[in-house]
Design a protein around this ligand. Structure first.
Ligand code: SF4
Ligand code: SF4
Length: 397
């Protein structure tokens, strides 16, 4: 897909949905934040519910203002959600477009009603937009629910991340979530149906759970996973206090923060690259493919389930690649200079030069004014980045 095709496809989708949805729904969609939000590195986050009651101690949704004492399905219908995404200026529909990430600030399978909403959303996204979908969950997935995932996966790729971060401390760290034993059962049920779930080993909390990582990977491998995402920990003042109240040893966290102060609700990443390096090696020795990020898991899942190699949406190949079999760098889309000029001509009319190497697409303008005007349209640059899967740099000559 190039930029022209993207523009046509968006127009077509808007028309199609306008013909289906009543006026009230169109208005509700446009007011919703899904129609405006910027994508994250893992893709466009889609909320299928608000709140979560699993009460994980390391969770930051409370600090972000989401409820932690209740969970309810998101208010939009699935078609309203799809319409909101099509209206989002950062969102590129299609298998080669923006990844969709479900479960970043809630548990998307928390209750039967939330689960239904999640399946409705996934189903409509795959039907109308065809974008790769990813869901992360701690909920137990029975064989029956695994069957539903399987049925849905016939419409398009669904990457399923099963979070397990502790086998020993789950009662303290994740007091209201299903036990890790049940989550391993979820992996088995999904694998039985021919799906390819990924172990989501995040967060690694230095000094608290990294010693369990090997056992978790071994258990998950036994249950059937073929890949693991190893991810870090973001701490806030409240989370640190909760860990200490539960008598966890937080000295290693503080040591790694090197005196960085935790202010208000600010989330601070705890450095852990040394631990990650070690765990990547262990994963390889165990025979699981280590992946650096959730979007790589999405990319790898597309490859495993369809044989299609799509370069990672988050451009992880430029700075954190772990050389999984997708080999993103070898399958980058070719550059259509005329198409890029067509896109940029919407902002500035003067000439531009385009230079491209493997991971970078450089646009060179004739003046600083043109450069600034292009940079101010970050949604357009984001769309070009998604289409061409390269980091875009704009410079004045
Ligand atoms: S399941 Fe996820 S959203 Fe819910 S409390 Fe745990 S970390 Fe937070
Ligand atoms: S090749 Fe590298 S960047 Fe691409 S999906 Fe695999 S690990 Fe991620």
């Amino acid at each position: 897909m190039n930029f022209k095709e993207y523009s046509l496809e968006k127009r077509r989708l808007l028309l199609e949905l306008k013909n289906i949805l009543p006026l009230e729904s169109l208005k509700r969609s446009l007011k919703d934040s899904h129609s405006r939000r910027r994508p994250r590195p893992c893709g466009m986050t889609v909320h299928t519910a608000i709140g979560c009651v699993f009460d994980c101690i390391y969770c930051y949704i409370g600090d972000m203002g989401f409820p932690t004492d209740r969970v309810q399905p998101y208010a939009l219908t699935s078609l309203e959600l799809v319409y909101a995404l099509v209206n989002n200026r950062y969102f590129v529909p299609s298998l080669y477009g923006t990844y969709v990430a479900i479960g970043s600030v809630t548990e998307p399978l928390a209750t039967p009603s939330v689960r239904e909403r999640t399946f409705e959303y996934m189903s409509s996204i795959l039907k109308y937009l065809k974008n790769p979908v990813q869901i992360s969950t701690k909920q137990y997935i029975s064989e029956e629910i695994a069957d539903r995932f399987k049925a849905l996966s016939r419409r398009g790729p669904i990457s399923i991340l099963i979070t397990i971060v502790t086998l020993d401390h789950y009662r303290r760290l994740e007091p209201k979530a299903p036990s890790p034993t049940l989550r391993l059962e979820s992996i088995k049920n999904l694998c039985k149906k021919g799906l390819k779930p990924t172990l989501f080993l995040r967060p690694i909390i230095p000094g608290i759970n990294e010693n369990e990582a090997t056992d978790i990977m071994l258990e998950a491998k036994r249950a059937g996973v073929a890949s693991v995402v190893i991810g870090g920990f973001r701490v806030t003042r409240t989370i640190l206090r909760k860990l200490e109240t539960l008598r966890f040893d937080t000295r290693e966290i503080k040591k790694r923060l090197k005196g960085k102060r935790l202010l208000g609700n600010r989330q601070v990443s705890v450095p852990y690259s040394d631990i990650k390096r070690e765990l990547v090696e262990i994963a390889r020795n165990i025979g699981i493919v280590p992946l650096p990020s959730a979007c790589c898991a999405n990319t790898y899942n597309i490859f495993l389930t369809s044989g299609i190699r799509i370069p990672c949406y988050g451009l992880c190949y430029t700075n954190m690649c772990l050389n999984c079999p997708v080999n993103c760098i070898e399958v980058l889309p070719s550059i259509d200079e005329e198409d890029i000029r067509y896109a940029i001509a919407r902002i500035v009319s003067s000439k531009i030069d385009i230079h491209c190497n493997k991971g970078l697409l450089m646009i060179i303008t004739r003046s600083k004014r043109d450069r600034n005007r292009i940079l101010s349209k970050d949604h357009l640059l984001s769309v070009l980045q998604t289409i061409y899967r390269r980091r875009i740099v704009v410079r004045a000559e």
